[in-house]
Write a protein that binds this ligand. Sequence first.
Ligand SMILES: CC(C)(COP(=O)(O)OP(=O)(O)OC[C@H]1O[C@@H](n2cnc3c(N)ncnc32)[C@H](O)[C@@H]1OP(=O)(O)O)[C@@H](O)C(=O)NCCC(=O)NCCS
Length: 250
Amino acid sequence: MNDKKWKTSIAGIVDGEVIIHGYKVTDLIDKVNFTEAIWLELKGELPTEKERAMLDAILISTIDNGLGPPSMTNARNSASAGNPMQAAVAAGILGVGDFHGGAIEGCAKLLQMGLTADKLVEKVISSGDRIAGFGHKVYEVDPRATQIFAKSRELGFFGEHCNLATEVERVLEEKKGKKIPINVDGAIAAVISDMGFDYRLGKGFFLIGRVVGLVAHIFEEMVREKPYRRISSEEIEYDGEPVRKLDKAK
Ligand SMILES: CC(C)(COP(=O)(O)OP(=O)(O)OC[C@H]1O[C@@H](n2cnc3c(N)ncnc32)[C@H](O)[C@@H]1OP(=O)(O)O)[C@@H](O)C(=O)NCCC(=O)NCCS
């Protein structure tokens, strides 16, 4: 029994029943909601009502922010090319990166280092990097971040990491001479850190929520749009070499 190569403490089949962290899946189906089941998978125990509500808020904030960001354009482009649901979802997930959705991990890692706000900002800026979880293409203040922090205060999860993130925003403004607001990724990073999650789970929260939006958008692309959508030629410019003669013997 002990020398099996593949081991997991998360889930298995015992006496013909799927169990997740010791609970029969049939009992979970009967008694818990989806967010409670997600918490159980990630943490190994069922959440309190406040933990459930906080995780709900985090996941809802990641579901969708329109067609603009790379995860969504990747997914819809892939569906438009004629790929099936699973391929288009995979394409959408590959649109998540350090600058979109993926910043939760980087930000939580920084916040969990035990640095002061001054040291944290200095460390990142002096290496020429950007501080994950701060700044936004569209928002001057990211309303999703504001709401996540409001919810975390209401539910009692606004702790040392949320305070540190707020302080980082202030120090960053001082250093750069302009407001670079905490964004939704940064707020989630701070709250999950205060809830005791390892920073390496950071991207996972975005992915779990965003798959909902991807599936909806891919389905809409399939049923509403003609296949093979192209970027309009007004938005495309070729600025390479002008047409030139190919001077090469056959
Ligand atoms: C999201 C992001 C790409 C938006 O960029 P942007 O609004 O186009 O910002 P710009 O590229 O115009 O940068 C403006 C200035 O702010 C600085 N800046 C922007 N975000 C910064 C950050 N997170 N940390 C430090 N400096 C930052 C830039 O270095 C630049 O400074 P400069 O004028 O001295 O060169 C950018 O803020 C970023 O990379 N953030 C970190 C990644 C992240 O959190 N992504 C999740 C987004 S929801």
